[in-house]
Design a protein around this ligand. Structure first.
Ligand SMILES: Cc1cc2nc3c(=O)[nH]c(=O)nc-3n(C[C@H](O)[C@H](O)[C@H](O)COP(=O)(O)O)c2cc1C
Length: 311
């Protein structure tokens, strides 16, 4: 029953949302998830309004199904939010207090608003501010982690505190995990790490290989990669923390950001995409404990089929 709240609201068939992952979520990956019945997402972070607008138009060439755009609050461009709101089904925010005016902006554009939260307090704030959905992120999650509570505990606290649909995130990697959180009352699941090695992912091949090689216990919550975003802990592969600690020098490589080449300082938040050059193993290789399930490169459609088996 609860899971229908997500699929009905968003207009998709499968209660699985792709996590917003800058550089990983190519339009091919977002389209493949949407075309498989889930909610494909792209990231709108670090993009000019023109670039985001073109990216969304290109995505619409690949799917007629609903998709969403994710924004990181510390890097927010309000013009990008307006574009996302007018061109996508759902606009989502992470890592900042739920903001009433931002939510109004998205609703004016006729999109749904989602907020990824890391505590019960933040969930209640998000509902009060007018969000249509929330993502409850457990401490098991890959990438930046908002709170410090295990998903199962946070999910039950949040479900008892809000009435809007709740999406569960953090370390969900198998069909059994999906079934378990849906049974616990989540309306949908949000999945990041499982898609890092998707055929359509934008991750650098060495990042993909490190993900395939890693086991469930090979991640760590750290502040090692804080250049560009201080005081925000994140979960990465242990191997990249060891590599960067041994790296001598100030610049680990170069990245291509929407067509502009930029050096990557040692300890930068930037993850390596296919266009990145340099010491890839010493860059931020974000991943969660579900990394242990990733054993080979598969199409996003196959990953969706596998994850949906017990829904
Ligand atoms: C490579 C990577 C990048 C991420 N970037 C973002 C982001 O830009 N915005 C966001 O809301 N969440 C981001 N996250 C966190 C996800 O939204 C989500 O909470 C997490 O992937 C769930 O855990 P999982 O990786 O075990 O599936 C990122 C996660 C990963 C693995």
């Amino acid at each position: 029953m609860t899971r229908k709240l997500f699929t009905q609201l968003v207009g998709c068939d499968v209660p699985i949302q792709l996590a917003g992952m800058p550089g990983i979520n190519t339009i091919d990956l977002a389209a493949a998830v949407s075309n498989s019945g889930g909610l494909g997402m792209i990231s709108g972070t670090h993009m000019s309004p023109e670039y985001l607008s073109d990216t969304i138009e290109n995505l619409k060439e690949l799917t007629s199904q609903p998709f969403g755009v994710n924004f990181l609050m510390p890097f927010l461009d309000k013009d990008c939010v307006k574009i996302a709101a007018s061109k996508s089904k759902l606009v989502e925010f992470f890592y900042g207090d739920p903001d009433l005016s931002l939510i109004e902006t998205v609703h004016k554009g006729e999109a749904l608003v989602c907020w990824q939260i890391g505590s019960k307090k933040e969930a209640i704030q998000a509902e009060k501010a007018g969000c249509d959905l929330i993502v409850t992120q457990g401490v098991e999650a890959g990438g930046h982690v908002r709170g410090n509570i295990k998903l199962s505990s946070l999910l039950s606290e949040v479900l008892n505190s809000v009435n809007i649909p709740v999406i569960a995130a953090g370390g969900i990697g198998t069909a059994e995990d999906v079934a378990e959180v849906l049974k616990a009352g989540a309306s949908a699941v949000r999945i990041g790490t499982r898609f890092l090695a998707a055929k359509e992912s934008g991750a650098h091949p060495k990042y993909v290989q490190a993900v395939i090689n890693a086991g469930a216990k090979d991640t760590v919550l750290t502040e090692t990669f804080s250049v560009g975003w201080p005081n925000a802990h994140h979960r990465v592969l242990k191997s990249c923390v060891e590599e960067v600690n041994e790296f001598e020098g100030d610049i680990v490589g170069e990245r291509d950001l929407a067509g502009v080449k930029k050096p990557i300082p040692k300890g930068s938040i930037a993850l390596p995409t296919k266009e990145t050059t340099g010491n890839i193993e010493a860059m931020a290789l974000y991943a969660s404990r579900s990394v242990g399930v990733v054993r080979e490169i598969k199409s996003a459609a196959d990953i969706m089929t596998e994850l949906s088996k017990e829904i």
